[in-house]
Design a protein around this ligand. Sequence first.
Ligand code: SF4
Length: 365
Amino acid sequence: MRDITDYTGLSSDVLRAKIAAVRAKAGDRLAILAHYYVPDEVVEIADYVGDSLGLAKKAAASPADTVLFCGVKFMLETADVLMNRPERIAARGGRRAVVMAPDITAGCPMADMITPEQAEDWKKQLSELVDFSEFTPITYVNSSSETKAFCGRNGGAVCTSANAEKVVRDAFAKRPKLLFMPDSRLGRTTALELGVKPEEIVTWRPNKPLGLSTPEAIKRARVILWDGFCPTHQRFSAPVIKGIKKAYPNAQFWVHPEAPRDIVEMADGYGSTTKLLDVVSKAPAGATLAIGTEWKLVDRIRRQNPDKTILFPAEQPSVCVNMSKSTLDKAAWALENWADGEPVNVVTTPEDVVEDAYRSLESLL
Ligand code: SF4
């Protein structure tokens, strides 16, 4: 196996040439997918750049048998489940798709905020108080395959920031109540926007008896939120936003729904990263926009739109350190090892959760 230290310090030109050589030889067998939040140098080598929903759909439809997925672990698990359905393996003549990461340590802190044991304990505690079959469990796609499997086993579904309202509306059409995990921020905004009253929403604090709630509140709740959050999207600042609105009265402020509710309420609109990009691209020349999402993407938007003023609604850049782990040297290292027949950083979803995880993911497709 090649050593990553042999790649550290190589120039971008050399690394790009190495990647181009592997791609030329691999042809359609190889696809490079990247999330919007990874560094520019990796965005530039990707075949497709998108948000979680776009990437999941791309992986599901990809004719490639190997994907270098530049994102975080839950995205690779999703791609692994979708690319290795029995019919897809059969179409490849029995070969499993290989889904590999430039850096296997790139995880998502929010996805790790709920474990399979915690999900089962949540169900157990609720079942002692209420009829659990009245709840549809919904997980944000930013969750482990085990959390997705928990939802699949219990008649639930996966949502993304792009389709959360539709998934939650569909869930309410089938059952009167829902659990939302792990992102309490997205869950709260989605529920409130669909008309759920604040007093019908309970936040469940992990590892505390009854989630630090009361039996009365739980019996009354239509929505119970797991108390997870994205650290990167917590850093937007109400005073900075007020300052922007004062200095630029015509500025539009748009934010990702992983932000806290009080920040979303200050915004002119909210949406997935794809939606935020769309808002900027449709704004007229000369417009001023404050965009509340991961800093690297906002900085890229700023450079790509020199005719607009793009502001960041926080005191400091808020960078997702895990997305930043996908770098050009690690991508070249992973690809050359794969070309040698020694793939590294391959993510495989545990067999015992694949079917349940897939059941929950069908809502994305
Ligand atoms: S931006 Fe937030 S939700 Fe997305 S991968 Fe990073 S920590 Fe996870």
